[in-house]
Ligand binder design. Sequence first.
Ligand code: FE2
Length: 233
Amino acid sequence: MFILPKLPYDYAALEPTLSADTLHTHHDKHHKAYVDKTNELAQAAGLAGRPLEDVVREARRMNNAKLFNNAAQAWNHAFFWECMAPSGDAGPALPSGGLQDAIDKAFDGLDTLKGAFVEEGANHFGSGWAWLAAGSDGLKVLSTHDADDTLTRDGLFPLLVCDLWEHAYYLDYKNDRKTFLKRWLDEVANWKFAERQFAAANGKGDGFRYPAAQKDEAKDRRDAPGQDNRPQA
Ligand code: FE2
């Protein structure tokens, strides 16, 4: 069974950029629904117990759209929570080291990258996700539709993602997605997480993986060889 990962910060920790109300609804309702549905559909597809990354890729390969949509959304949201962090009194930590160099090379600086990211997300039609990813020819900004993600795209390693679904920002920004994206990048984007992802993309350390499925110990006991499964008197 896949778990709903806890937020890596308090619900109010990203205020005023994102309200606790938004995070409660987004995490406790939207993300939970995707995880619950994934558990149900993965079981039906014979994929229970597999890592979520495998379930997403298998669902795409099997053309199982319902499972793909829910599993990819479960993964995207868990990744998205890590892509944000409360900024300290000195403001958010900025990219450094190899990531900073790669940003300078691909975008000619962080401000240009932010501008490209905001434009990509603001101009994306409908629901989806805005990504910063590492590719074989450097960093790139792209957007994907609905639940679509980078797991099923060869050669792309995700560094940051921002949720473009209205449920991500409507309570706080109404229909002003552009302001949401600007403030998201300036105030809560977690560049330290992006640096770890960038290192992993270059073979140093592990990239993000969805938290391991919880083992169903009661089922294991029932299925154990020699186990007396008769109902207790
Ligand atoms: Fe969302």
